[in-house]
Design a protein around this ligand. Structure first.
Ligand SMILES: N[C@@H](CCC(=O)N[C@@H](CS)C(=O)NCC(=O)O)C(=O)O
Length: 208
């Protein structure tokens, strides 16, 4: 398998960390959707990161769909089995992915759109959505586990909810440090610090 995309993308990173966690071997090619647009086009004409090329040569995109396929390949899931835990995990992943999407929108607005064409009401709306997502995550994980510094959100090992939540928080705090006062989100910060110290995370560090 071959993963294409930069590690400054939370979507690429969640795939890389998950594949490593699942013990699936893959090669990685660091190609930017902006700086290497034409090279990316040659791999995937839609230019979406992450792109994953399966051993059978199928070109996949969208991190969640890629992870769905690779979990099938690994024969194991990074979701909790128990139904109510599964629902909570999916909710957290949904919130973290929304936070990634809103962070990316702010970054694109600030870096790609000329200043005179920026629309402040739109940025305000996206900021509000981003904060709402992280406040809800903080509330969900605030009193869950980890007080003892050992457990993870859904048991003894990090699962997809831990991976995506931590990667989202690293991305947002690195890309938008002025928007997210880390001390306002102590549970998220604690989870992320522990996650980033894991081997699978250190193997695929945020690269911004
Ligand atoms: N829902 C997608 C989002 C992926 C995404 O938007 N990736 C960005 C890089 S962080 C990208 O490909 N941007 C280029 C573009 O959309 O034109 C996923 O989960 O993979």
């Amino acid at each position: 398998m071959h993963l294409v995309g930069m590690l400054d993308s939370p979507y690429v990173r969640r795939v890389a960390v998950s594949l490593t966690t699942l013990g699936l071997p893959f090669t990685h090619e660091s190609v930017s959707v902006f700086r290497h647009y034409e090279r990316f086009q040659g791999i995937n004409p839609v230019v979406k990161a992450p792109t994953l090329i399966t051993d059978g040569g199928v070109v996949l995109m969208d991190s969640t769909l890629i992870l769905e396929h690779t979990e099938k390949l690994a024969g194991r899931s990074l979701a909790p089995d128990e139904l109510s835990a599964h629902a909570r995990a999916q909710r957290l992943i949904g919130l973290a992915l929304a936070a990634c999407e809103k962070s990316v929108q702010i970054v694109y607005e600030n870096q790609l759109r000329p200043e005179e064409k920026r629309h402040q009401p739109w940025l305000d709306r996206v900021n509000e959505q981003l904060l709402a997502a992280y406040r809800l995550i903080e509330a969900e994980i605030g009193d869950a586990t980890m007080e003892d510094g050992e457990g993870w959100l859904f048991g003894p090992a990090p699962l997809q909810a831990d991976i995506t939540t931590a990667i989202a928080w690293t991305f947002t705090t690195r890309m938008l440090p002025d928007l997210m006062p880390a001390d306002a989100f102590p549970a998220l910060t604690r989870l992320t610090t522990r996650a980033e110290a894991q081997e699978a995370f250190k193997a695929w560090p945020y690269d911004g």
